[in-house]
Design a protein around this ligand. Structure first.
Ligand SMILES: Nc1ncnc2c1ncn2[C@@H]1O[C@H](COP(=O)(O)OP(=O)(O)OP(=O)(O)O)[C@@H](O)[C@H]1O
Ligand SMILES: [Mg+2]
Length: 256
């Protein structure tokens, strides 16, 4: 096995990075692929989202070289976790003077890559050192985005960053696509922005769309991904569709 490493990144906050990472990780694991979810955000939301243990040695200890085994199993079959908590907020500063500080995750992850089919990284809402580490370590990136007014500006920015990373720190990085989240089909503004995004970014936008769905928002408070909380909800169905499309897009990117 050589895991595909997929990061969920967008410097904008609250666009559905964590929700998407947790739900897609669970659906991939449910297809019996050996999967690892790395919580790379000090908020620790993806750790909570699958009822992970925030006290277990996690991303912070791993990145700073203070644990040999950051991996915890989860109650979800085939899904492991490297957890995060507020300690990780210090990593940005503590690692500032580390040698090759942009490549710490890339180095660490090579030790694990043979053990998994998929490794998913939930990034914080910034373009700081943690996100740069994810960009250098990943084979693929998905950009979750909400169809709101300022979204286009934010997307242009992260697209430029990706191009810069591809031209230097990580030539292997491939854009899997932009995934529209929390979409309200009754909102004219949502429709207009989705049209704009598709016009600008064409096939780089997932055809699957994640609707705004109350079950998706409720699930984390039960420590459950949507397919375990309400598998028949439109939210669950949309994440299953998006995961199918993601796997197709990965295969296509391999063939290219
Ligand atoms: N499709 C959806 N329908 C309804 N609510 C959603 C949906 N997706 C996400 N949410 C809710 O929106 C909020 C933000 O989502 P989420 O935490 O996934 O975003 P994020 O990009 O990870 O945020 P941050 O930048 O803070 O890490 C959460 O409360 C989440 O439950
Ligand atoms: Mg998040």
């Amino acid at each position: 096995m050589t895991a595909k490493i997929i990061m969920f990144g967008n410097q904008k906050g609250g666009v559905g990075k964590t929700t998407t990472a947790v739900n897609i990780a669970t659906i991939i694991a449910a297809s019996r692929y050996k999967t690892l979810l790395i919580d790379f955000d000090p908020q620790g939301n993806s750790t909570s989202g699958i009822n992970g243990n925030k006290k277990h040695a996690g991303t912070y200890e791993w990145m700073t070289g203070n644990t040999a085994n950051p991996i915890q199993t989860t109650y979800i079959p085939h899904l492991d976790l490297i957890s995060a908590n507020m300690d990780l907020a210090a990593a940005d500063i503590e690692l500032l003077n580390a040698p090759n500080r942009e490549f710490i995750l890339a180095r660490k992850i090579t030790e694990l890559r043979a053990n998994y089919d998929y490794i998913l990284i939930d990034c914080p809402p910034s373009l700081g050192l943690l996100t740069v580490n994810a960009l250098t370590a990943s084979s693929h990136i998905i950009i979750p985005m909400q169809c709101e007014y300022y979204a286009l500006e934010g997307i242009s920015h992260i697209m430029q960053i990706i191009q810069r990373v591809q031209g230097g720190l990580n030539p292997q990085l491939q854009l899997l696509g932009i995934l529209l989240t929390m979409y309200d089909k009754r909102s004219t503004l949502n429709q207009q922005i989705a049209n704009d995004i598709r016009f600008h970014f064409q096939q780089n936008v997932f055809s699957s769309v994640i609707p705004r769905n109350v079950k998706i928002a409720e699930a984390p408070s039960h420590g459950k991904p949507i397919i375990l909380y309400d598998v028949k909800s439109t939210g669950a169905v949309s994440y299953m569709d998006a995961t199918k499309e993601l796997l197709t897009r990965i295969n296509r990117s391999e063939a290219a």
